[in-house]
Design a protein around this ligand. Structure first.
Ligand SMILES: Cc1ncc(COP(=O)(O)O)c(C=O)c1O
Length: 445
């Protein structure tokens, strides 16, 4: 069993029961808390991934697109993977230059959006065409302005933590499916397009073996169809271990494998391919905590459950309901004592039993412990009093960014950053009721 340091709630990072209470005194619950030290370490990990002929790591900003986090991650040397024009605009407002971003999107920009995209391309935004229509729309402009394009291929084989996160097989609409290669090569020749990058993202959080297999598949595609490509972008999707019984992808090992395959490709073809990766989850997931207070308790009888009702739920962390994802629970008393940690359940002195953590939404799926079919799964944890804190870990990726904001008129929670020197910085204010209603219009008389 893991040894927890001092009053640290988890074996990684700097969050302790004491600093949680200190932060909760300054910022009322619920709020998201991010541990900067973890993000910085994760950025270093991905930037040191072994490679043969150079590496570009892009942070997939959909995972968490807050301004301060983009600035923090950008300052570590990562570029950005953006999935909408608005993500590009948002990152630009955070001070990230267009030539540090690539757009990989389901959108087909028309009208003013298309003009905007073209001026971004002139300023260095990389464009990853993900459909035949996108490629057709960009072709003439790209050729006229000597802008090389990237192309996203759907290889027909993918892997995700759930079927809804597999982006590489026939059930997925992402990228141009291999079945269309004749059409694509004809278009490339007809327009005299330069395709300088081949991109495949097979899915999120799938089996690392599948990520490994994709390297060979993508190199084969590059060799067969893309003689001008200089970069092979292997996408994101590295599995992160949010729970103690999960195993994260070994990105060093994956890097060594990729290096060996890129070197073999070089021996075979004489081409030195640059490697691209674009992790989102891996960079931020375990930096994030949703800090909540216990507001009530209920019991559904001898054959039922003990419910702990907290002041945030599915509107702030939708992943359990959406995917059946598990997140670690930490219980801290209002006096700042760690009562239980997911990472040390056996040695906690306080009474630890199976309980169900639920939010306040009028929705029976508003539980933080569900399986993928929506059944409630009680979890081992201490018995908190009303007013104590229940902290949900592993929420740095796809939680704040993918929240069901304003369901039941709950307002969007604040976001707070724990700096490595112990400073606490508010990075997003809590929404107000006025902000929630600002765009609503009265019924005409
Ligand atoms: C094109 C692309 N790249 C990268 C990512 C990041 O994936 P993850 O957060 O699993 O690393 C995604 C996620 O959906 C994606 O669609």
């Amino acid at each position: 069993m893991t040894q927890l340091k001092d009053s640290h709630i988890a074996p990684f990072g700097n969050v302790s029961a004491e600093n949680l209470c200190r932060i909760a005194e300054m910022h009322p619950t619920p709020f998201y808390l991010y541990d900067e030290a973890i993000i910085v370490q994760k950025c270093r990990d991905v930037l040191s991934m072994p490679n043969a002929f150079g590496l570009t790591a892009r942070y997939a900003m959909k995972a968490n697109s807050g301004k301060a986090l983009l600035q923090l991650i950008g300052a570590q040397g990562l570029m950005l993977d953006c999935s909408t024009l608005n993500e590009v605009r948002r990152a630009r407002q955070a001070g990230i230059a267009f030539d540090r971003m690539m757009l990989t999107s389901q959108e087909v920009p028309l009208g003013d959006d298309r003009k905007d995209l073209e001026s971004m391309l002139l300023e260095g935004l990389a464009y990853n065409a993900c459909s035949i229509a996108q490629l057709q729309h960009a072709a003439d402009f790209a050729v006229k302005n000597k802008i090389p394009l990237s192309i996203r291929i759907n290889p027909g084989v993918g892997a995700g933590e759930s079927v809804t996160r597999n982006t590489g097989d026939k059930y997925s609409s992402f990228g141009i499916h291999l079945a269309n290669m004749d059409k694509i090569t004809a278009l490339i020749h007809e327009k005299k397009l330069t395709i300088n990058q081949v991109h495949v993202h097979i899915g999120s959080g799938g089996d690392p073996e599948m990520w490994r297999d994709n390297i060979d598949r993508e190199l084969e595609i590059t060799e067969k169809y893309f003689p001008d490509a200089e970069t092979v972008n292997l996408g994101g999707g590295f599995k992160e271990a949010r729970m103690p019984d999960e195993t994260a992808a070994d990105i060093q090992e994956l890097g060594y494998y990729a290096k060996e395959r890129f070197e073999a490709f070089h021996r075979r073809t004489g081409r030195r391919l640059h490697m691209g990766i674009e992790p989102g989850t891996y960079i931020v997931a375990n930096s994030g905590y949703l800090v909540t207070s216990v507001v009530d308790e209920k019991w559904s009888g001898p054959t039922g459950f003990e419910f702990i009702i907290i002041d945030a739920g599915m509107e702030a962390n939708t992943r359990p309901l959406l995917y059946g994802s598990r997140h670690p629970f930490y219980v801290v008393s209002k006096a700042g004592k760690l009562l239980s940690s997911e990472y040390d359940l056996n040695t906690m002195k306080h009474e630890v039993d199976y309980r169900v953590v639920v939010g306040r939404c009028c929705e029976s799926g508003d539980s933080q412990s569900l399986d993928y079919q929506g059944h409630i799964i009680p979890r081992k944890m201490a018995d908190p009093d009303i007013g104590d804190y229940v902290i949900i870990g592993g929420v740095g990726a796809y939680c704040s960014a993918m929240s069901l904001i304003n369901y039941n008129s709950h307002i969007q929670a604040a976001e707070v950053l724990l700096r490595p020197d112990g400073r606490i910085q508010l990075i997003r204010r809590r929404q107000t009721l006025e902000q929630m209603l600002v765009n609503e219009i009265d019924l005409e008389k």
